[in-house]
Design a protein around this ligand. Sequence first.
Ligand SMILES: [Fe+2]
Ligand SMILES: [Fe+2]
Length: 365
Amino acid sequence: MQIEKPFVRSASRRSILRGGLVGPGLIGAALLTGATPSFARGDDRLTEGDIAILRFLTALEIIEADLWQQYNELGGIQDSEVPGGSGNPAYTAILNTIDGDMSQYIHDNTDDEFSHFKFLNAYLQSKNAPTVSLDKFRTLQSSKASGAQQIGRLTNLTQLTIDTSWWTRYRSSTRNPDFGDTFAQAVPGLSTSQHPAIPRTNADLSPPLHLEAIANTAAFHFGTIEQGGSSLYPALALRVTSVEVLRILLSIGPSETMHFQVWHDKAGNARPITDPVTGLTFPNLAKSQDENLQANLIMPEPTIFLSRKFASFPVSIIRPTETRGAAMGAVKALTDDGLFINQQPGFFTFLNQLAREADEAEREI
Ligand SMILES: [Fe+2]
Ligand SMILES: [Fe+2]
């Protein structure tokens, strides 16, 4: 194995601290895929940190695509652009009472996630860097409700415990998670116990309020997922070195934010109901007079940023964007949501390793 001029590296820092030509992050990545750790020559050479960040984002985009595909098969538009399912008419109909375009948005969000991971892997490959596959972890069951294809999945949408605190976080004018602040839940019931966001079988298609609660759960989960991406991309962009990789993160990240903004608006249309089967209650956010809850306050409220010395200058921003531990934080958030319930230990080992390597990346300029 010949290592061709591997990648741009500063003359100090990790390479000297760790005493090797190829840092442990890269070795780990190469071992896992059997790939050769050699990278493209030329002006667009990547650091090992760039590659670690891209590989972690690729894994998360594969995970996003997996969950969105499940939503699309049951509640989205069925076409050749996002193939696989045949649609569940009852679930689709109830989703479209939240907004008449829900199926279109679900379809397009799914299409976007596939494009994200396919591009990222193609880019990694173009740099002779190891690509990412999670195929061997596609072991979770599909929904047995009509409309879903029966294939192995990476994610579990039937036992979600959803953090809806992004709702109040984006309405606060004085607090920011980067300062350690915490935020109340918009739908407290979703943040405790486990809830399906898709019908598990056709038995979940009735009574109507039960199915509506499942659709409402999905609507809030959409926002939870996409606000996570809205924060993750800027958080990781702070530690890339290559301008081209920076361009990738600055171009994909805002598309996550565009998704988030749509879902933020749609979740506010969820009717205030109580699931007669589970007791899960959705509060009336549309009628709320509390500015921390009011449904139409979807623009990012100006809040404190960077330092308390700017407390008099609140600014409308994405939040959080703290870069330290951002990748591991994303894995923890997805895991805590129940998305990976029943996944095998090897899945967590691999995902955590990718996250650790991404969090070790340093800007080398
Ligand atoms: Fe994405
Ligand atoms: Fe996304």
